[in-house]
Design a protein around this ligand. Structure first.
Ligand code: WT7
Length: 626
């Protein structure tokens, strides 16, 4: 498997913005601050920084200290002074294909300014949190950029999450404003976003206003004084198309994004204006080789980090043309995506292994019906890509001429960490080597490097600009979760191997995080949704291998007295999780169990359950309680 290498063609190399990978890698390793200072210099600063990296208070690293900047200034405002003013920034198509909208950088600025003025009129000031809970519509992009423009901190919650998840995230962030849609369309079905917001707000006293973008057009209750239609606000004089961009400190928070950890409540990952801006700009430029001729499509949702960094910020910082599609890969037919690539002339296509595996099952005839010759680069993210799916993507979609950028990174890292660039020889299933300036190590339990080729824990040893700065409001948990097991090294939570060529092979999470179709979920979240059902005494969620989804959620449930295990109850519990946490978290299977295996200290032994579910040996049971 590791023997097979795909070399870039001379055409790819001659077109690449960066031709000499080795030279740049060596330079960045030798002069980390120099490399990043140069990258930062390609963007506009209201005031240049005094110090590139301040590592005097590890692990609270600071980047571009003293610099004054605003990410929206660089993603939107600065392009208006150039030929890009009339260039397309955003192209959008609705799920049913009946509607498309596009925005030049000029129009994007106007929409962002209107949204920003409305947000300000809702009483939001610098540093306030705003929760954004929407479908994939252009307004989600305007809302994020508008918050950044006025210095408010956005907290986007994925539209596939439901009441419990949304409520927890609103409450934790203490948002005063929610921006949502009446509903969104997914596979022809209506997701009632506004109703879910209403349910969540019963226990969120901090929220003063809800702005509702009309998308689905179905009837929704509007609470007087609290709820406002976006189109009504847009008709008011306050919503004019001009709004000043706030001057921010490089280290000021830009957004928080909740992500699942191994235990407890989701973690509020915090990113900043300066470092995150430079990191997403630079990684996208080198890895996806963006030029003004490109049309870039990242199929993720803006509600996850992939969408934040590579639908919204990275591409716009590079002045690129971004395509956003409202729907999913195979509705109404499995050629939907291929049709869109052809229709819009997409040249760079970035998606997830789960989608590739899903579409691969429908056969080659669907993509072969379409002219995909506009493609020049492909990308993969979210979970390890199996070589079979890699090769299908490469040969059938890329027609053997588009290198695949397998990008390993995390919500916490903000930007690509282990990734090739187009000139790097590829091995299917490996993200190749660390990005410029980064060093990755594979270590054992005690933190010692393992032998070449052996499996171990993946850690990163160098700081990077787009790194999270802390968990919002919880510095202690930040240190404990990421920096305490191996002092001085960032613990990724993944296991991996590194081969003799220095190529990294990610194996998967070593904590209780489950990656379902690339979506990150915590066992704790699934279990807390289950426990709110009267039948459930206790439960344990585990992730098991799944052919298309990568991993699927499997739950062991111990019932309360008076409840009998049967198929209807199992279906009811799956439905319950879906309603509370979100359809993405719906368990694949529920198994009833008399007693969950626990250690003597009361911890559920998920390892034992995992082995049992797969019919594998259960291993050392000496710590099992009587
Ligand atoms: C986890 C982070 C930021 C990317 C979207 C997911 C897994 C991510 C890859 C890849 C193998 C990958 C890891 C990581 N992962 N990309 N290319 N190859 N595994 O971000 O939701 O924060 O999840 O996704 O396990 O730790 P996330």
């Amino acid at each position: 498997m590791e023997g097979e290498v795909f070399y870039p063609s001379t055409e790819v190399v001659s077109q690449a913005v960066l031709k000499d990978w080795e030279k740049t890698a060596a330079y960045a390793l030798g002069d980390l601050s120099g490399f990043w200072a140069k990258e930062a210099g390609e963007l506009e600063w209201f005031q240049p920084c005094e110090q590139v990296l301040d590592d005097s208070n590890k692990p609270f690293f600071k980047w571009f200290v003293g610099g004054k900047v605003n990410i929206t200034h660089n993603a939107v405002d600065r392009h208006l002074k150039t030929y890009r003013k009339n260039k397309l920034a955003l192209i959008w198509e609705s799920e049913d294909g009946k509607c498309d909208r596009s925005f030049s950088y000029y129009a994007l600025n106007r929409e962002v300014c209107r949204m920003a003025n409305i947000i300000k009129a809702m009483g939001i000031v610098r540093g306030d949190r705003v929760t954004i809970y929407m479908g994939r519509v252009p307004e989600i992009v305007f809302a994020m950029l508008a918050c950044a423009k006025i210095g408010a901190i956005h907290s986007v919650v994925f539209g596939g999450f439901s009441v419990d998840a949304l409520q927890g995230r609103i409450a934790d962030s203490q948002s005063k404003l929610i921006i949502t849609c009446d509903g969104s369309l997914q596979n022809g079905k209506l997701v009632e976003l506004k109703r879910i917001v209403d349910d969540s707000l019963r226990h969120c006293p901090t929220v003063e206003n809800v702005v509702v973008v009309k998308r689905s057009g179905h009837e929704v209750p509007m609470e007087a004084m609290r709820d406002h239609w976006y189109h009504d606000l847009c008709a008011l004089p306050i919503a004019n198309g001009k709004c000043a961009t706030e001057v921010m400190d490089a280290e000021d928070p830009l957004f928080i994004l909740y992500t699942s950890g191994s235990t407890g409540t989701p973690k509020a990952i915090m990113h900043t204006h300066g470092g995150y801006m430079v990191g997403t700009y630079s990684t996208l430029k080198y890895v996806f080789d963006i030029t003004d001729e490109d049309r870039f499509w990242c199929t993720a949702d803006p509600g996850w980090i992939t969408g934040h960094s590579y639908i919204v910020y990275g591409p716009l910082l590079n002045g690129a043309t971004v395509f956003i599609f409202e729907g999913g890969p195979s509705y109404p037919y499995p050629n939907r995506w291929w049709q869109l690539i052809e229709r819009y002339g997409i040249s760079i296509f970035y998606t997830a292994p789960t989608a590739i595996r899903g579409l691969m099952r429908f056969g080659d005839a669907w993509p072969n019906k379409h002219d995909l010759s506009s493609l020049r680069l492909l990308g993969s993210v979210g979970e390890p890509i199996n070589p079979e799916a890699w090769k299908w993507f490469y040969h059938v979609i890329g027609r053997g001429k588009c290198p695949i950028m397998d990008t390993w990174w995390q919500t916490e890292t903000g930007a690509f960490m282990i990734t090739p660039t187009p000139v790097v020889p590829l091995k299917p299933g490996s993200g190749t080597r660390p990005f410029f300036g980064q060093v990755a190590e594979i270590v054992d339990e005690a933190g010692n490097p393992v032998e070449v080729g052996a499996e171990g824990f993946l850690v990163l040893t160098r700081p990077w600009p787009a790194m999270m700065r802390t968990l919002y409001g919880d510095d202690e948990r930040y240190v404990k979760s990421y920096w305490s097991k191996y002092p001085g090294k960032y613990m990724t939570g993944d296991s991996a191997r590194c081969d003799k060529d220095g190529y990294y092979w990610i194996i998967g999470r070593v904590d209780d995080v489950i990656k379902v179709s690339g979506h990150r979920l915590g066992t704790a979240e699934v279990e807390s949704a289950l426990i709110t059902h009267p039948a459930v005494a206790e439960s344990a969620a585990i992730g098991l291998p799944h052919e298309v989804k990568g991993q699927a959620i499997f739950c062991y449930v111990q019932l309360n007295p008076g409840f009998d295990p049967h198929e209807d109850l199992s279906e009811e519990l799956r439905q319950h999780v879906s309603q509370h946490l979100g359809p993405i978290a719906r368990p694949e299977e529920i198994r009833f169990i008399d007693k969950l295996p626990k250690t003597r200290s009361g911890k559920i032994m998920r390892r034992v359950l995992k082995a049992r579910a797969q019919g594998l040996p259960e291993g050392d049971l000496s710590t099992l309680e009587e």
